[in-house]
Design a protein around this ligand. Structure first.
Ligand code: ATP
Length: 348
């Protein structure tokens, strides 16, 4: 059991605010991802939970008990870092066993637990190699096994896939997802990669400049971004954001007109739409601009337009072809548009 409550936790260094008033209850066995750009306070939040960083104000509770003053070693959190942090002079077996020795687990249990943890990450054949004799992916699996072997209450993972190449990242990601499902341990996972967040998380916390922007399931965050920051951070490509004016349900911006928007608002707005929700060669074209560029993605063709100084994308069929400068009838259906306050960026 490990339900974690973060109650108004903040971290300040002098006048600089690293994390501002973070409030959240993380359910037992939940896979929570902290997502945001570099410097937004993800790692600091995780380090405060691990006890590696003091909390300036607020409380951290695990299963209702305040742990602010507990030493890291007494918090029962196993950490996995981007840098693996393996002992170079110990072989894989001893690296995985290390936490058991540190925590004075009876010797008689070591072999069994190391073997089980190493089997879970498919390292059985590498137990007598030193870290230098392993690939990056294998090293990260040693780090994972070393976290698993402790049977902790909480896993804390800080960008564990960042040092792996793209292909290995995808397979290790799947392995982490599978492990978390099998082990049923509350997990907090830090990343700046929105695809990792979307694929792994039960819930995602999007952060910017120390402030939580939105908490929700990947679907919530994708379908209903709370503001333009979240909208522009989630999705590949990110949501298109166009500035313009809304009047009686009609949005008008540079080279764009969309009618039939069901909204009581009027005046300056930011309109968002996802490239995949737009329709190429639809009736009633919304974009009146020539094609700026085309990208073949294999399963689709991405058509881009330059609208009022910003690039707007529309996803077309994989066989769709047009030339730069062509006029393409791209329709942005009113029903799929997102509206945000032009000044604050908050969802309307
Ligand atoms: P990254 O993805 O680059 O690791 P992050 O979101 O994890 O970024 P943090 O490491 O949590 O960001 O840092 C949040 C902010 O706090 C940053 O602006 C960072 O420079 C600052 N910060 C971190 N540690 C300290 C410290 N010991 N003293 C002062 N400022 C710090």
């Amino acid at each position: 059991m490990a339900e974690i409550q973060l109650k108004n936790i903040s971290k300040r260094w002098g006048s600089f605010v690293g994390v501002d008033d973070f409030n959240l209850t993380i359910a037992d066995q939940e896979f929570l991802v902290l997502l945001g750009p570099s410097g937004c306070g993800k790692t600091t939040t995780m380090r405060m939970i691990a006890g590696l960083e003091d909390v300036t104000s607020g409380d951290i509770l695990v299963d209702g008990e305040r742990i602010n003053d507990l030493e890291p070693k007494d918090r029962d959190c196993a950490m996995v870092f981007q840098s693996y942090a393996l002992y170079p002079n110990l072989d894989v077996y001893e690296n995985i066993r290390f936490p058991l020795r540190m925590r004075k687990v009876p010797q008689s249990e070591h072999k069994d637990r190391v073997m089980r943890a190493s089997a879970m990450v498919e390292l059985d054949d590498f137990l007598h190699r030193k870290p230098a004799e392993l690939s990056g992916g294998q090293r990260q699996r040693v780090a994972l096994a070393r976290a698993i072997v402790r049977q902790p209450n909480v896993f804390l993972m800080d960008e564990p896939l960042s040092n792996l190449d793209a292909k290995l990242r995808v397979s290790t990601r799947a392995q982490i997802k599978n492990l978390s499902h099998e082990l049923k341990v509350t997990t907090i996972y830090v990343t700046h990669d929105q695809i990792e967040a979307m694929t792994l998380a039960d819930r995602v916390v999007v952060m910017e400049k120390g402030v939580v922007q939105q908490v929700g399931t990947p679907t919530d965050i994708y379908d209903m971004p709370a503001n333009t920051f979240v909208a522009s951070f989630i999705g590949s490509p990110a949501m298109n954001l166009l500035t313009g004016t809304l009047d009686n349900g009609t949005f008008s911006g540079a080279n764009v007109k969309i009618t039939g928007i069901d909204s009581p608002h009027s005046g300056p707005v930011t309109l968002g739409y996802r490239a995949e929700d737009a329709i190429v060669n639809g009736d009633n074209p919304s974009i009146d601009a020539p094609v700026y560029s085309m990208e073949l993605l294999g399963d689709a063709t991405m058509v881009t337009f330059k609208i009022g100084g910003t690039i707007a994308t529309v996803k077309a069929d994989k066989d769709f072809r047009a030339k730069i400068g062509d006029k393409v009838r791209a329709n942005i259906p009113a029903a799929i548009c997102h509206l945000f306050d032009a000044t604050t960026g908050e969802r309307l």
